[in-house]
Design a binder for this molecule. Structure first.
Ligand SMILES: *[C@@H]1O[C@H](CO)[C@@H](O)[C@H](O)[C@H]1NC(C)=O
Ligand SMILES: *[C@@H]1O[C@H](CO)[C@@H](O)[C@H](O)[C@H]1NC(C)=O
Length: 672
């Protein structure tokens, strides 16, 4: 009785929802599957699928890549610089090239900028780098400050110039050069450290890496309230970044890098012509997804300084690739895979077009897409090798040699602390004026693995025309319950007894969907990262508006078959429907298959791509709060019988079968 009373108080909305559910269904409901994806989205999926199935690439990475291309249409372009800002910008860049230009005229030889793995730097070098970043963050020579102005180059039309095509490595090479040039104005000895993320990917628990201690990049969850960027939330709340580690653990792998390095032509590693196993841009997406939060959104990713270290590693890999090319006699500066007759290649990736850093007519309109492929960079920048066991992991206190693989791996924060090294403060870091924050002793070693934040993110990319959309959409969220059905992953090896796989009742396989192995996919990193409490990640992107949300559902990997309930957040529909695309993945990035009802009151028999519209039609199938949505599907009979879930009130079910099925097409949508 008490339970019931509390329940009614807590879930008034849900009560009315399930009463509605008992009524006769009309032909429509507020949550209905979309028969077709938007045409542009479908073509991105088709292009992505054309580069390979899910045997080499994970569904999560393919989906992330495609959705980033799609939601870019909601993003603002980078703001234009004023006349005086432009001249400051151009002058700074001109100075950066001057020594090298004179080198070419055989006068002065300038030393190349040498970039190191961040754990192979001395503590003093690392602190100087973070100091220079902080100086850019407070320097107002560009608005709102130099760091934010440069970060804004990575949004809107520039995201299209920089991604989803052959300009990818060259564009980011120019971008690194520009940021580094501004950093070196603050401190001429600074170079951007690279983050070799496979050093973390090979840890048992990458989220516990020392990289996320305050002596390195700061906390891996939420706002950067401690660590080197601890003042950033106050400096500019509009551009502050967040993190949400380990949405998926798909950092660079040695096998993936080697597949790239075995190739000799850029067309074999760049989108859209690269085969799946050596698709460089796709592989790079893993670190964006792993860091989560702001890094998960290309239009804002550069606000998090870890972006530049991730891309310095991308550049380091590309440099190794280019050195191989040179050794093979291939002309590196012109090996730009451009084919005007290939409709999959974006026009903005034409090698002669601007990379989008400078305005035409400026001294630097020579920053064209092809300029990132220039051989000048062989002189301008050099990379230290990734620390190896042969060199004692570069003598770093933050790395150790894993003798099983003979490769270096990162130490965890706890390991480094246990060795008596202080990684909870940043000695010598400026700005220093503020009251010292007390070092927080955190011991996440165990919890880290399963910790996560729900992320509900609106206007992370500013709306193209806020006024139009403000009239159409409320600025609130609604919540929709989803059910997740999982089988024990085949590569969860700790608990294989009583498996459902291959089980038979009286010699007859009664549940083929649940008992067969199918084409279960095991990616390289799955086995090492299969915790007992499995994590299913559900992500939702707005299709006709700018919104993103993610949710995590725990599925117990020890159970043969299990069922759990999650809730996804979507923008509340008003005059127009909120069209949303939802997908779910396990920790290895394997796709869960979405099912919905083709008709109300039927079973969830309809396989679809995961796109649906949420409208104000009745019966309403969304709730005003997370907890309401969670409770809305439960029926608590008045006769004191056991509460149970009413499947009719669950619009969407994901079946996580761990296969490599491609579920997004192709060609389901008619031409517009
Ligand atoms: C920004 O940095 C430049 C280069 O160090 C310096 O000349 C300028 O005075 C700084 N501007 C501000 C407003 O601090
Ligand atoms: C780019 O410009 C060069 C020099 O004008 C020209 O030779 C080349 O054909 C152009 N490439 C493309 C793809 O337009």
């Amino acid at each position: 009785m008490l339970f019931r009373k509390l329940y009614l108080q807590a879930a008034g909305v849900s009560l009315s929802l399930w009463i509605l559910g008992l009524h006769v269904w009309t032909a429509s409901a507020s949550v209905e599957p979309l028969t077709y994806l938007p045409h542009d989205l479908q073509s991105y999926f088709n292009t992505c699928h054309g580069c390979g199935d899910l045997t080499e690439q994970t569904g999560e990475l393919a989906y992330w890549h495609v959705m980033q291309a799609y939601v870019n249409k909601f993003a603002e372009n980078n703001p234009s610089l004023s006349e005086s800002e432009l001249s400051y910008f151009h002058e700074t860049l001109a100075h950066s090239f001057a020594p090298y230009r004179s080198h070419r005229s055989k006068r002065q030889v300038a030393a190349p900028r040498v970039r190191k793995e961040i754990r192979a730097m001395t503590d003093a070098e690392r602190v100087r780098y973070f100091n220079a970043l902080n100086q850019l963050k407070t320097n107002t020579s560009l608005r709102p400050n130099v760091y934010d102005a440069l970060a804004a180059f990575h949004q809107g039309a520039n995201v299209q110039r920089a991604h989803f095509g052959p300009a990818f490595p060259g564009w980011h090479r120019l971008y690194l050069w520009i940021l580094e040039t501004f950093l070196r104005q603050q401190d001429p000895q600074v170079t951007i450290p690279y983050w070799a993320s496979h050093l973390d990917g090979e840890m048992t628990t990458p989220t516990s890496s020392v990289l996320f201690s305050d002596a390195f990049f700061g906390p891996g969850f939420g706002l950067p309230i401690t660590g080197p960027f601890r003042t950033w939330p106050q400096i500019n709340p509009n551009t502050v970044f967040t993190r949400n580690l380990a949405a998926g653990t798909q950092l660079f792998t040695v096998a993936g890098i080697n597949a790239i390095l075995r190739r000799r032509r850029n067309r074999d590693i760049l989108v859209p012509t690269a085969p799946a196993d050596s698709n460089f841009e796709l592989q790079h997406g893993g670190a964006h997804v792993f860091i989560g939060g702001t890094m998960n959104n290309l239009n804002a990713a550069a606000r998090d300084p870890i972006f530049f270290s991730h891309h310095a590693f991308v550049d380091q890999i590309w440099e190794r690739f280019r050195l191989n090319q040179r050794a093979a006699g291939i002309p590196t500066a012109t090996d730009y895979p451009w084919d005007p007759n290939d409709p999959r290649i974006r026009a903005s990736h034409n090698p002669n077009l601007t990379a989008g850093f400078t305005t035409v007519g400026s001294p630097f309109n020579s920053f064209r897409q092809i300029d990132g492929f220039s051989d000048d960079f062989f002189q301008l920048v050099q990379y230290e090798q990734v620390p190896s066991c042969a060199t004692g992991c570069a003598g770093s206190r933050y790395l150790r040699c894993n003798t099983a693989t003979n490769r270096c791996v990162s130490r965890s924060t706890a390991e480094v602390r246990a060795a008596g090294i202080n990684v909870d403060t940043q000695p010598g870091l400026i700005p220093a004026g503020r009251k010292k924050r007390q070092a927080v002793q955190r011991n996440y070693e165990v919890c880290d693995r399963n910790w996560f934040l729900h992320d509900v993110n609106v206007n992370s990319m500013s709306l193209a025309s806020p006024d139009d959309l403000r009239n159409t959409y409320t600025n609130s969220w609604s919540y929709i319950p989803v059910k997740i059905i999982t089988k024990r992953p085949t590569d969860y090896i700790d608990f294989q007894k009583f498996s459902a796989y291959g089980s038979h009742v009286n010699g007859v396989n009664k549940q083929p969907e649940l008992t067969q192995f199918g084409t279960q996919k095991s990616y390289e990193y799955c086995r090492d990262h299969m915790d007992a409490p499995g994590k299913i990640r559900i992500v939702a992107y707005g299709l006709n508006h700018d919104a993103y949300s993610e949710e995590y559902v725990i599925s117990d990997n020890r159970l043969a078959v299990s069922e759990s309930i999650g809730v996804i957040a979507v923008k509340t529909p008003t005059l127009a429907s909120s069209d949303v695309m939802v997908a779910a993945f396990d920790i290895c990035g394997r796709v869960c298959r979405p099912y919905c009802k083709s008709e109300p009151d039927t079973t969830h028999n309809h396989v679809f791509a995961g796109a649906f519209k949420v409208s104000t039609e009745s019966p309403s199938m969304y709730s005003a709060s997370y907890s309401d949505a969670l409770l809305s599907i439960w029926e608590t009979p008045t006769d004191g019988a056991c509460p149970s879930v009413n499947n009719n009130l669950v619009p969407l079910i994901f079946f996580c079968e761990y296969t490599d099925h491609w579920i997004w097409g192709p060609n389901t949508s008619p031409a517009p």
